[in-house]
Each structure stands twice: as C-alpha cells, then as structure tokens.
Design a protein around this ligand. Structure first.
Ligand code: HEM
Length: 358
C-alpha cells in the first residue's frame, strides 16, 4: 500500500485518544481538560522515545566489550545527547500548563482521582533504566497502594522486573572499572612523592594525587580528605556506615577513580568521548532535577498544599522525591576532588601511549 501521511502515523489512534471525562453526559464540560490530557500524552510520547534511546544504549553496553576506538562510545554519547534535548523540551512544556488557572483545574480535578502522574509507568521505567532502585525511592510504600494512587500489581511487577536488569549506572560502572590506563604495570616509571601520607598504599598516581589534593584544601575544607579516602580509595577511616552510604551511593571506588582520571585528563584525544559521556549523564540528572522542580512549582501554584489526586502529601512528597532521586550524584560530586590543572602530575610515557592515537 502506498504510504499515506495519516495512515503511516496511525493518526486515527492518536487523535482519537483524547476523551475528557467532563465532556461525558451528565458532567459539565471543562474546557481545559483537553489541554490537560494532551500535555500528558505528549509527555508520554517523549518518554517512549527516551526509553527507546536507553534501550539502544543498553544494547551497546551489553556487547562483550565496547571500545573507545570504535564508534560505540560515539553512538552512546549521541543518544544521551538526544535524551537531554528531549528533556530540555519537556522542561519547557510544563509552562504550557501555566495557562490553566487553579480554578480551571478545580472544575475537572475531582473527576480524575485517584489517577495521577505518579502512576506513569514510563516515567518510572526511565528512572529504573537509568539506575534508581525501589529501595532508593522516596516513600516506596506508595507504589503498592493499588486503587489509591499507587500502581496495579501488574505495573508494579513490570517496574520491579526492569529494575532487575543492568541499569545505565551498572553498565557505566563496569565500563569505567575496565578502563586499562590505571593498570599498575603502566605506572612503574611514574615518579611519586615518597612523603605522601596515604592511609592505605594504593596506586602511585593516587598516592601523589591525594597529597596534592590535601595541600589544596583550606582550613574549612580539611574534612574533605576523609571523603576522598572513602569515595576514591574505599578507605573508611572513622566514617560511620551511614556517612559512607551517603557519600558514595551508586558507583564503586574503582569506577570513580577512572571517572575522575578521565575528567582530569579530558583533553587527551582518547578521553574526549568518555569525558563527554560522563558530562552528558550529569546533565541528564540535572535536567530531570529541573523538571521535578518545575513540576513542584506548578503543583504549588495549582493546588497549594492540598494532597495530590494520587493521595500523596502533594508538594511535600514531590520535594522528597526531587531530593532523593538524583541518579548520577556520585559523578557530579567528583568536582569536589579536582585540583588546579597546572598542578596535575605529568603522566608516564606508558600511559600516554594509551591515550593518544597512532
Ligand atoms: C495540573 C497539573 C498537575 C498537577 C496539579 C500535578 C500534581 C502532582 C502531584 C500532587 C503529584 C504527587 C502524586 C499525587 O499525590 O498525585 C504528582 C506526581 C507526578 N506527576 Fe504531576 N501534576 C500535574 C501535571 C503533570 C504533568 C503534565 C506531568 C507529565 C507527565 C506530570 C507527571 C508527574 C509525575 C511523573 C509524577 C511522579 C513524580 C515523582 O514521584 O517523582 N504531572 N503530580
């Protein structure tokens, strides 16, 4: 059959899917319910595209080995950048709802309870595929409140099943852990400062870097050295278990060493794509965080301090989720451990050979 615009895009289905409840017989039509439905549907379409990109990224990571010298890393970067562009758009889109006044919303709000954006399975799958797990979710018990704003048993099982598969956090962590440039045999000729007072003798580069970092801290920042030791060297010192789980949440110390090394030496050709991937994922988290805050502001304006249609405490619940649901916090936190570029140790030849082409 010759493709025809309307059929190719299956517009019968899409354009036939806006059914405001207030337009049904016996109800008073609320003009703004159409906008409310369309904006949610537009979000869900873009969520679908984000999930599609995440699956594409995961398929590349699932290959036995991905190599910085092939196009793999470039394709991963391109897809994360696409996700970020979509998130930019979604952040803008919230403001279309600002043209609906709180009174306009009240005229149909009660008709949709207990349905709520909380129940967006696709949104939960985006969070899960990026790396959020049920035990890390704010008020995880709400998810099980079937018929009262939570998920059906089937949807709850779908979210949990997706959480069992390796997330982007897991893929990235494994990829970073496999990076070869910190292998000790490449560092035998590295001139390290023997006077370093590292509590555990780890690696010549980190022994030296730790000393440089310690020297860079001012009197108010001295406690950051203990954070450095735990986050990057896995040395717990006097930190409590609670402090440790707060300091490093999703990544291993080995993976974060590789990430920090890439960030520090990002200008070497072989590190450029890896650096951009790390940076783009920090941006993904940032954009999702921005969305959450835009949504909270809109919710406050729309319903004040009322509970949500999904029966959470409303703005209060959303603030908790916004705070807890950052996924790449460990990567963003690496900025804590940067030192001035001019003080960076020169790399030994054996490592440099790994980092340049030809
Ligand atoms: C009048 C506009 C809106 C209001 C008043 C509103 C209100 C709320 C409230 C109060 C919650 C917390 C759950 C509950 O108790 O219901 C929530 C969650 C949520 N809403 Fe909205 N919302 C609006 C528009 C949207 C739009 C357009 C989207 C786009 C998909 C959306 C997506 C979500 C998502 C994903 C959550 C879960 C957030 C999380 O748990 O981190 N909302 N919303």
């Amino acid at each position: 059959m010759t493709p025809y615009y309307h059929n190719y895009l299956q517009l019968d289905k899409i354009l036939g899917s806006q059914q405001p409840i207030s337009f049904e017989a016996g109800n008073e039509p609320a003009h703004d319910e159409m906008l409310f439905i369309i904006i949610h549907q537009a979000y869900e379409l873009w969520f679908k595209q984000i999930l599609f990109e995440l699956d594409g990224i995961s398929a590349i990571f699932n290959k036995e080995s991905i190599n910085d010298n092939t196009e793999d890393a470039g394709i991963i970067l391109q897809r994360i950048n696409r996700i970020n562009k979509i998130l930019h758009l979604l952040n803008e889109q919230v403001h279309i709802l600002d043209t609906m006044t709180p009174l306009d919303f009240l005229s149909f709000r009660n008709l949709l309870a207990p349905a709520s954006g909380f129940q967006s399975v696709q949104f939960r799958l985006i969070e899960a595929k990026l790396g959020l797990r049920m035990q890390q979710r704010h008020r995880a018990a709400y998810y099980k409140r079937t018929n009262e704003g939570g998920f059906t048993d089937v949807d709850y099982a779908v979210i949990n099943a997706v959480e069992q598969a390796p997330s982007l956090v897991v893929h990235l962590n494994n990829w970073l852990e496999r990076m070869p440039f910190l292998n000790k045999e490449l560092w035998v000729k590295f001139s390290t400062d023997a006077s370093t007072d590292t509590p555990i003798n780890t690696h010549p580069f980190w022994n030296t870097y730790r000393k440089l970092y310690a020297d860079s801290l001012n009197v108010y920042e001295k406690n950051k050295l203990a954070d450095f030791d735990y986050i990057l060297l896995n040395y717990r010192g006097n930190l409590t278990e609670e402090q440790c789980s707060e300091l490093r949440q999703q990544f291993t110390a080995t993976a974060l060493q590789a990430a920090l090394f890439i960030i520090l030496y990002r200008n070497y050709p072989l590190f450029q794509t890896s650096f951009q991937i790390i940076d783009a994922l920090i941006e993904t988290d940032h954009l999702l965080g921005t969305w959450r805050h835009e949504h909270i502001n809109m919710v406050r304006r729309m319903i004040g301090m009322r509970v949500g249609t999904g029966n959470t405490s409303g703005a209060g619940y959303l603030e908790g989720a916004a705070q807890m649901h950052y996924i790449f916090k460990d990567l963003a936190g690496l900025s804590t451990f940067l030192i001035e570029r001019r003080k960076l140790p020169a790399l030994p030849d054996a490592v440099l050979q790994h980092l340049t082409y030809g």
